[in-house]
Ligand binder design. Structure first.
Ligand code: SF4
Length: 341
């Protein structure tokens, strides 16, 4: 396949609120997932990452925008959705909630195999064992007879991954797949997903708030803030040279090898100021047209009350920020970051 396996154009999702205007959870987001590649979607809670996954998984109806599977527009017609789900599968954050405690592992895997015509009644047991072996759950025959409560968190997530692989999808949407697991097994699960992506030529969306794993496991990173894409580019480029002040803030909160006491204290001070600004921002109910990050931004200037556009800061690397549209005015209290050549 030459084009993207899955593409979303100008996706917008609005939610009705009990009082006040509709809340825009996802605002004009476009992205493309390509076979054999992982795209990481990063951002804090409430940035719209999981809403994008739910819209891409056809679990909710977007307010606007279109989704293209293999270059063809996908509709919400029942037959279309069933075919769509054969190609696009999800792995959720909580492996326990995503498995039915009343059914065995074999039942969880046999169902999608039969439903999507990947197995018959005669060979389904063998196909279930094959799936379990592909996620390193052995001896497969014993695991197949177990119930979710008999498995560890990591084993449950492996079952959830095996279930997602059952229809032989082209696209895997992994919504914070390790955030509820013990730190000791997170890497194992991420390595497993990475291996499966390469072996099966999957197009993968990896949703996370962890910049370090986003860099390691993806080729491209998109940074979201309050429903908008504020920065995107090749993973190393975005992490090593974050352009948008919000990405810089996220990077300052990530563990820094070789950091000194002074640099850690400075980073802590920056985060405290940003946290206070975020809390103040959450108390406000008005939605305005300017940069959504401006109440937390240490570089905010008068121009920021109008919406910035995307600016390329390096090849393939864009940031939605006025700092790159023009140099900061001389009376700005913090100097603008230097634009890289
Ligand atoms: Fe900060 Fe302005 Fe850039 Fe928004 S547009 S991130 S407020 S400098």
């Amino acid at each position: 396949m030459t084009g993207p396996a899955l593409e979303v154009r100008r996706l917008t999702v609005d939610f009705a609120q009990r009082s006040g205007p509709r809340l825009r959870a996802v605002d004009d987001v476009s992205l493309a997932l390509r076979s054999g590649k992982t795209l990481a979607l990063v951002g804090e809670s409430g940035s719209g990452k999981s809403t994008i996954v739910r819209a891409l998984g056809r679990l909710m109806k977007p307010s606007a925008g279109e989704i293209l599977l293999g270059g063809k527009v996908s509709t919400l017609h029942r037959s279309d959705v069933r075919e769509y789900r054969r190609h696009v599968q999800l792995v959720f954050q909580d492996p326990f909630a995503s498995l039915n405690p009343a059914h065995t592992v074999a039942h969880h895997l046999a169902r999608p195999l039969l439903l999507h015509g990947r197995a018959t009644r005669h060979d389904v047991t063998g196909k279930v064992d094959e799936l379990l072996r592909s996620v390193n759950l052995v001896p497969a025959g014993d695991v197949a007879r177990m119930y979710p409560h008999e498995l560890s968190g990591g084993q449950r997530q492996r079952v959830a991954i095996a279930r997602a692989l059952a229809p032989a999808p082209d696209v895997l949407l992994a919504d914070e797949p390790v955030s509820m697991l013990d730190v000791s097994i997170r890497l194992e699960i991420l390595n497993l997903l990475d291996d499966l992506k390469s072996q099966r030529d999957l197009a993968m969306l990896y949703v996370t708030h962890d910049l370090a794993t986003a860099r390691h496991f993806s080729s491209e990173i998109i940074v979201m803030y309050r429903g908008e894409i504020v920065e995107r580019g090749p993973s190393d480029e975005v992490i090593l040279h974050p352009a948008h002040p919000y990405t810089q803030l996220l990077a300052s909160a990530a563990p820094m090898p070789g950091a000194t006491r002074a640099s850690l204290a400075a980073a802590r001070g920056t985060r405290q100021k940003a946290r206070a600004a975020r809390d103040a921002e959450r108390r406000e109910v008005t939605v305005d047209a300017g940069c959504k990050f401006r109440r937390r931004c240490l570089h905010a200037m008068p121009e920021c009350s109008t919406r910035p556009c995307d600016v390329e800061t390096a090849p393939g690397h864009t940031a939605r920020c006025w700092l790159y549209v023009k140099a900061a005015p001389p009376d700005a209290d913090v100097a603008a970051p230097t634009r890289r050549g």
